[in-house]
Design a protein around this ligand. Structure first.
Ligand SMILES: Nc1ncnc2c1ncn2[C@@H]1O[C@H](COP(=O)(O)OP(=O)(O)OP(=O)(O)O)[C@@H](O)[C@H]1O
Ligand SMILES: [Mg+2]
Length: 448
C-alpha cells in the first residue's frame, strides 16, 4: 500500500514517540521520529515530510522554534503541536505562527487521527489549488515552455543536460526572453525540485539591503536589527538560489559572493560563525558580462566561477518560428482567464505579429496578446486589438535630431504619464520588466 503521507513525530520522551509512531503506522502513514528539535530539522531539510507532529516543551530547539524553522524551510509542511494542560496560550501563539492545530496531552486517539487526516487533506488541497494557479499564472512549478524554433530547442536540450548536475549556470538574454522561466525549469528538472527555489534580483535592492538579504544578520549587527535573521543562502539550503541580473551586483558583494561559492559557507552580518550551506547557483544577466569584466565592473574570478555552463537565450526577433506558437499559448491562457469566446488571430493580426520586432521579447508578446484578448470585439483578434504600433510621440517632428537614448527617455516618460505614474502599468505597456523600468528611471535621475 502506498503510504498516506510522511509524518515526523518529535518528542524528547521516547515512550511517547513510540506510542504515536505505532498508532500512525497502523493507519498507513509513513512515520519518522526525532528526539529533539535539532534532529527534526535535519530530517525536514533532507527528506521531505508532509507533516510534523511535535511536543511544545523540549530541551534546546523547542516546539515553537521548530515550527518557525520548519515553516521557513518548507512552508507547506503542516505542523501539529502537542500541549500539556495549562499551555493553551502558547498553542494559540503557535497557531499564529502557522501551526495547523494543537492537541491536548494526554491525547485522545480518535481526535488525533482526525486532526492528522484533516491536516494532510488540507495540504493536498492547498497543493492542488497552487498547481492550478501556477497553470494559470504560469509562474511556479513546471511551466510549459514553448520551443518550436531550433534555437529554443537547443536551449531546452541544454536545460535537460545541466539540470541533474550541480553545475552553476549563467543564463543570458535580453529583457523578457524567458531567463527566469528557464531557471525555474532547471530547478524543476533537478534532484532539488522539492527544495526551495529562491529568486533574488540583484539590481533592485540598495547594496546594504541586498547584503543582509543574501547573508542574513545577527541581532545587533546594525541599528534596527532587533533580532537575527537568516539570509537567502541559508533559506535556499539544499535548493536553488537564482541570482537575477547578476551584472548589477555591487562590487563589494561580488567578493563576498565569491567567498561563499568557494567555501560553501556563509557568515551572517555581525557574526564570525560560518554556517555551511549547500546551494546550487543559477544566475541571469541581460548584459554582456565580458564587457563588464573588461570595464572592471565585474570581478573576473567571480565571472569564471559562475560561467561553468552558459545558456544564451536568443531574442524573439531571431527565432520567428516561436512567435505564433507563443501567441497561441498566451491566447489560451488569457482566454481561460477572461472566459471570453475567441477563436484566434485574424490573418492580418498574424502578419502583424510576425512583422513586429519585439524589443520586449516574449514578455511584450504576452502583454500584446493579453491586451488583444481584452479588447477583441469579434471572434478573431485584429491588429488594432494588439496595438503593436508605437504610441505617437508628442513633440517630435521629422527632422528633429535626437539620440536613440533621448527618444527612449521621452517615450518612457510619456507612457509613465499616461498611466498616472503607475510603474507597473507603464512597464507592462512598454513590454519591459518593472525592474528594467525602475533602472532606467534611476539612470534618468528620476528616482532618488
Ligand atoms: N518559451 C516560452 N514559453 C512560454 N512562456 C514563455 C517563454 N518565454 C518566456 N515566457 C513567458 O514570458 C514572460 C517573461 O519571461 P521571464 O520573466 O522568464 O523573462 P526574463 O528574461 O526573466 O525577463 P526580464 O529580463 O524582464 O526579467 C513570462 O511570463 C514567461 O512565462
Ligand atoms: Mg527576469
Amino acid at each position: 500500500m502506498e503510504p498516506k503521507g510522511h509524518i515526523l513525530v518529535v518528542d524528547d520522551e521516547p515512550s511517547m514517540r513510540t506510542a504515536l509512531s505505532i498508532l500512525l503506522r497502523r493507519k498507513g502513514y509513513h512515520v519518522s521520529q526525532a528526539g529533539s528539535g535539532r534532529e527534526a530539522l535535519e530530517i525536514v531539510r533532507h527528506g521531505h515530510c508532509d507533516m510534523v507532529l511535535t511536543d511544545l516543551k523540549m530541551e534546546g530547539v523547542d516546539g515553537m522554534e521548530l515550527l518557525r524553522q520548519v515553516k521557513a524551510i518548507s512552508p507547506h509542511t503542516e505542523v501539529l503541536i502537542f500541549t500539556a494542560y495549562g499551555t493553551v496560550a502558547s498553542a494559540v501563539e503557535a497557531m499564529k505562527l502557522g501551526a495547523y492545530d494543537y492537541i491536548g496531552k494526554p491525547f485522545d486517539e480518535e481526535e488525533l487521527l482526525l486532526k492528522v487526516a484533516r491536516a494532510l487533506e488540507r495540504k493536498a488541497l492547498v497543493r492542488e489549488v497552487q498547481e492550478l494557479k501556477a497553470e494559470l499564472k504560469g509562474h511556479r512549478g513546471a511551466q510549459e515552455i514553448i520551443a518550436k524554433s531550433e534555437a529554443m530547442r537547443e536551449v531546452l536540450a541544454k536545460v535537460a543536460q545541466v539540470a541533474p548536475t550541480e553545475a552553476t549556470v549563467l543564463i543570458e538574454g535580453e529583457s523578457g526572453t524567458g531567463k527566469e522561466l528557464i531557471a525555474r525549469a532547471i530547478h524543476w528538472a533537478s534532484p532539488r525540485r522539492n527544495q526551495p527555489f529562491i529568486p533574488i534580483n540583484c539590481s533592485t535592492l540598495p547594496e546594504t539591503l541586498l547584503e543582509s538579504e543574501l547573508f542574513g544578520y545577527e541581532k545587533g549587527a546594525f541599528t534596527g536589527a532587533e533580532r537575527g535573521r537568516k539570509g537567502l543562502f541559508e533559506a535556499a539550503h539544499q535548493g536553488t538560489l537564482f541570482l537575477d541580473e547578476i551584472g548589477d551586483m555591487p562590487s563589494s558583494l561580488q567578493g563576498k559572493l565569491l567567498r561563499v561559492l568557494q567555501e560553501g559557507e556563509v557568515r551572517r552580518l555581525g557574526s564570525t560563525k560560518p554556517i555551511r550551506v549547500q546551494v546550487r547557483i543559477l544566475a541571469a544577466t541581460n548584459q554582456k558580462i565580458e564587457h563588464l569584466v573588461a570595464h572592471g565592473v565585474f570581478r573576473e574570478d567571480l565571472f569564471y566561477r559562475l560561467n561553468v555552463v552558459r545558456i544564451p537565450i536568443p531574442p524573439l526577433r531571431s527565432r520567428v518560428d516561436d512567435i505564433i506558437p507563443l501567441a497561441h499559448h498566451f491566447l489560451e491562457i488569457y482566454r481561460k482567464k477572461t472566459k471570453k469566446e475567441i477563436k484566434g488571430f485574424s490573418q492580418e493580426a498574424v502578419q502583424a505579429l510576425l512583422n513586429h520586432p519585439w524589443p520586449g521579447n516574449v514578455r511584450e508578446l504576452e502583454n500584446a496578446v493579453e491586451r488583444g484578448v481584452i479588447l477583441a470585439r469579434s471572434l478573431y483578434i485584429t491588429p488594432q486589438d494588439l496595438s503593436l504600433g508605437l504610441p505617437p510621440y508628442s513633440g517630435i517632428v521629422p527632422g528633429d535630431s535626437m539620440t536613440l537614448k533621448e527618444l527612449q527617455r521621452r517615450h518612457i516618460l510619456s507612457v509613465l504619464q499616461q498611466h498616472g505614474g503607475n510603474q507597473a502599468k507603464a512597464a507592462r505597456e512598454l513590454g519591459i520588466g518593472r525592474n528594467t523600468l525602475w533602472r532606467r528611471l534611476k539612470q534618468y535621475g528620476l528616482l532618488p
